[in-house]
Design a protein around this ligand. Structure first.
Ligand code: C5J
Length: 239
């Protein structure tokens, strides 16, 4: 594997190839928290089968390790609220009829509250030193967070996404990123939904109309790009 962070690699993606350089690309892992992936958390309180989300953990972990080994930078996000719920709109907390609401005590502490056991990222994907953790009160990772500034400081122009759930926090963040000028790619087997049809539809929406929101590719294609010999830098692609 080449160790250069500035040389361009190309992912065999849909709807067409996705060139990127490690130096200007971040791997963004959305909300791989116990509250969404484990029984007794927020996802389960809404009546969802969390086993669907657990199935992507080995793939996401392999991708994360390969990205770190290549020298890539990682951003993790966590959805959650302050203990006094001052950043949780009543419209979010009171909606529907979940078995437990945001802030209620559950088997992993208070549901979707920062600092509680359920709010933590699962151990398989835990952040390490040098990686950024963004705490977000909403679905999108740019809303009410310093993510934009953190990406600008590092001259990041490209984002690869994994995490949950595909059509909620992942797609919302990709749309926010697209509107802010980032080239975004969703790793198909590194994301999951409680609703398989929603995942499939979200991926179609993202890459339709000439990548109107972004690209999609399987993790094998990303790994192949990381392992491929470095290409010469084409004109117009920032290092
Ligand atoms: C949801 C998320 N589904 N992380 N949050 O409420 O997608």
């Amino acid at each position: 594997m080449s160790t250069s962070l500035n040389t361009v690699r190309t992912i065999d993606a849909q709807p067409f190839a996705f060139p990127f350089a490690l130096a200007s690309t971040a791997l963004v892992i959305i909300d791989m928290q116990r509250d969404f992936v484990e029984p007794g958390g927020f996802g389960a309180s809404l009546g969802n089968d969390v086993g669907l989300l657990q199935a992507i953990v080995p793939t996401a972990q392999a991708m994360l390790h390969a990205w770190r080994e290549a020298g890539g930078w990682v951003v993790h996000t966590r959805e959650g609220h302050l203990p006094d719920l001052s950043d949780c709109p009543p419209a979010k907390r009171l909606r529907g009829a979940p078995s437990l609401r945001i802030g209620d005590p559950g088997p992993m502490g208070r549901i979707l509250i920062r600092g509680e056991p359920g709010h933590a990222i699962i151990p398989e994907l835990a952040p390490i030193d040098g990686e950024l953790v963004i705490d977000k009160p909403g679905k999108g990772a740019f809303y009410g967070t310093p993510l934009r500034e953190a990406l600008q400081v590092r001259d990041i122009t490209h984002l690869l996404f994994m995490g949950v759930t595909t059509e909620v926090c992942v797609q919302t963040t990709m749309r926010e990123a697209n509107d802010r000028g980032y080239d975004c790619l969703l790793i198909e087997d590194g994301t999951e939904s409680y609703f398989p049809g929603f995942k499939a539809a979200a991926m179609e929406m993202i890459r339709a109309q000439g990548a109107i929101v972004g690209w999609t590719a399987p993790s094998a294609a990303v790994l192949a790009a990381l392992n491929a010999p470095a290409e010469p830098m084409p004109h117009g692609v920032a290092a």
